[in-house]
Design a protein around this ligand. Structure first.
Ligand SMILES: [Zn+2]
Length: 286
């Protein structure tokens, strides 16, 4: 059984709502075509859990993109999640620059969160500060969205998990309770997310509180690449450049950076792309 899901919940006697995310199969699939080191794996897993939690909190129809860009070893990290909680993501790393800590990895980095719900995309940007992505996201929620939030994120190569707690707008929150919840989240480790832990974990973390659980939602890995999108790129490149890109075997090989799907185009495909009345597609190689 897949344990990849988000469980939303609310506190009965505190003006706080929250959600817990637990990803294993989808998270491993996301790493499959890549060879990330431990620190990058952890950072990407944190981003995956965070992006899923943000998408859940927005309840929208569209896609959200979390993007980290910097001048440290982590050149770029992209994580995307749709309103249906379909996710993909990847990281580009400067192999020469070894980093021991997230703060080195993300030197001078910014995190941009773009919400694209069809009309005008909305983007919020926050500087990456501190040892973890979670603290930067708390700043993002405080400043950009004006919703005081606690964010806890954990990840290793097998699991990406996290909890988001947010104060309800317009309601008075007791400072001690809010701090207590903060300290509870600080105890989270990847081991808490072993196996089928979701519901039990919420019960364990908030044993002192009355928590109402809402219906869980499935999280999945789903790439958004398609033959059509690659063909559009080749069309933008132009016929001459596309022909020049044919390799010794007379093929253009295009590999998706997210899912690793390989698409091959030969000279017949190139002719087809730049002719009218397009009918057939390229060969897909698993
Ligand atoms: Zn893909």
């Amino acid at each position: 059984m897949s344990a990849d899901r988000i469980i939303p919940f609310a506190f009965e006697s505190l003006p706080v709502r929250g959600a817990l995310i637990q990803m294993s199969r989808s998270w491993r699939r996301m790493q499959r075509e890549h060879d990330y080191d431990t620190l990058i794996t952890e950072s990407l897993g944190h981003a995956a859990a965070a992006t899923g939690l943000i998408a859940q909190s927005l309840k929208f129809d569209g896609a959200i993109t979390l993007q980290i860009k910097g001048s440290g070893a982590l050149q770029m990290l992209v994580m995307q999640c749709t309103g249906d909680l379909e996710m993909r993501g990847r990281a580009s790393v400067d192999e020469g620059a070894a980093s021991a800590r997230f703060s080195d990895l993300t030197e001078n980095a910014h995190c941009a969160i773009t919400v694209d719900a069809g009309e005008r995309p909305y983007q919020g940007i926050v500087a990456i500060e501190g040892e973890f992505l979670s603290s930067s996201l708390e700043h993002y929620f405080d400043r950009s969205v004006q919703v005081p939030s606690h964010v806890a994120l954990v990840a290793d190569e097998n699991v990406a998990g996290g909890v988001l707690l947010q104060q309800m707008p317009g309601q008075e929150m007791d400072e001690d309770d809010w701090n207590r919840l903060h300290f509870i989240l600080q105890t989270l480790t990847t081991r808490d997310f072993d196996g089928d832990a979701g519901l039990k974990l919420i019960g364990k973390l908030f044993a002192e509180d009355d928590v109402r659980i809402h219906e869980k939602r499935t999280v999945s890995f789903q790439c958004r690449c398609s033959d059509q999108k690659v063909e559009d790129v080749l069309k933008m490149l132009g016929e001459q450049e596309s022909r020049e890109a044919l390799n010794a075997n007379g093929e253009i090989e295009v590999v998706c950076e997210y899912c690793g799907e390989k698409r091959l185009f030969d000279s017949v495909d190139v002719s087809r792309l730049f002719a009218d009345n397009v009918v057939t597609g390229p060969r897909s190689v698993q």
